[in-house]
Ligand binder design. Structure first.
Ligand code: 0XW
Ligand code: MG
Length: 368
């Protein structure tokens, strides 16, 4: 049962609530969805969607352009052979992990459907029933950030990511203290600037918030900047944007720079790549999240599926974009947040979603 044809769709996933980060505000990203069809007619779905052109060095129309090379490279392969499929994609095109991720996720979905098992089981099995998640508090005034943090905790959320950066740091410091003042016992706080602060600003914020139990996520732009300030920062450092592959993750673990990671399926290249990073993080007791930048039920199901297989002690959560765009491709099974936890799709084998290619409109490309 080999890959017979690949259909590519483009579907807008506009933010329905303000979602801003230090370098960008999410407007209407156009998600790329791939349907990989095998010789028996079974269909596996994959997805990649960047939140904004600034978040990582990729953009959504570039994802679809990369598939012009990647899709033909995997036709004829057995979708269960994810190692050889990734090798074929890497031989055909260097980089462009987002397009590779969409096809890789689709192969995992299709393999699960061929075998009649879930992606969670293919990944080694769940270590948690309800999947830990976290919720973003966007850049806003101190009072608004505190009000949002209070509301989210009332809804059961126990992990908050407060966005910061892109403004005078006294405003960030005020928001951090305001949110810290309303944290309930047991709520975890990460402050994520998406590379927004200078090294000086990062040190100043850490000093001004020394009494607050929190982690600092991707405070500066580069691994070198983070290493430069590591000894001056009093808070655990979480690396997100600089965690681009297994090698960089391994380097930042062994150097002691990273106390944890914010990981993105599409930046790493899909479930196959993220599984390897997961195994390294779990083996070294390094907390990690299982996220993506944006996207609908397909990439969310992939992230939650991998998130379910983490050791709970070292899970930073599986993030969903759904609360910010309020769109489901599968209204019944699409992952959602209930009482602060993400649900695992239960619609059947593979990713657990029930989807039809027709629901995504006419394909923008077909490869066979
Ligand atoms: C919160 N996320 C996983 C989604 C946004 O795109 C940014 C990202 C992060 O942690 O930087
Ligand atoms: Mg981040």
């Amino acid at each position: 049962m080999h890959i017979r044809e690949i259909y590519v769709y483009a579907t807008p996933l506009g933010a329905k609530t303000t979602y801003n980060m230090s370098n960008s505000t999410v407007e209407t990203p156009v998600s790329t969805i791939v349907a990989v069809v095998d010789s028996d007619g079974l269909v596996g779905f994959g997805e990649a969607c960047l939140a904004s052109p600034q978040f990582q060095p990729a953009h959504n129309s570039g994802v679809r352009a990369s598939l012009e090379i990647l899709a033909p490279a995997i036709l004829g392969h057995d979708p269960k052979h994810v190692t050889t499929i990734n090798a074929a994609m890497n031989r055909a095109l260097t980089g462009h992990t987002e397009g590779k991720a969409a096809l890789d996720i689709a192969c995992w979905d299709l393999a699960g459907k061929q075998l009649g098992v879930s992606v969670v089981d293919l990944l080694g099995g769940a270590q948690m029933d309800d999947v830990v998640t976290y919720h973003v508090v966007g850049i806003s005034s101190a009072d608004d950030a505190a009000a949002t943090a209070r509301r989210l905790q009332d809804e059961g959320v126990t992990r908050l990511q407060l966005k910061a950066g892109g403004r005078p740091i006294h405003e960030d410091i005020a928001s951090i203290h305001a949110v810290a003042d309303v944290l309930l016992p047991g709520t975890d706080l990460a402050v994520d600037t998406n590379r927004g602060w200078s090294t000086t600003e990062a040190v100043q914020v850490s000093q001004a918030c020394s009494s607050i139990t929190m982690s600092l996520e991707q405070s500066c732009a580069t691994e070198a900047e983070l290493a430069h300030v590591k000894s001056q920062i009093q808070h655990p450092i979480i690396v997100d944007e600089n965690a681009t592959d297994l090698g960089s993750v391994a380097r930042m673990i062994s150097s002691g720079l990273a106390n944890g990671f914010g990981l993105k399926l599409t930046r790493l290249g899909g479930l196959t790549a993220m599984r390897a990073v997961r195994d390294l993080c779990m083996a070294t007791r390094t907390p990690m999240s299982s996220d993506d930048a944006w996207g609908g039920d397909i990439v969310a199901a992939a992230g939650v599926s991998l998130g379910a297989t983490l050791d709970p002690q070292f899970s930073r959560g599986a993030w969903l974009a759904h609360p910010y765009h309020d769109t489901h491709y599968d209204e019944t099974n699409g992952p959602r947040i209930i009482d602060g936890f993400a649900t695992l799709p239960a619609g059947g084998p593979g990713l657990g979603l029930v989807l039809e290619t027709a629901q995504f409109g006419d394909p923008v490309a077909v490869y066979r």
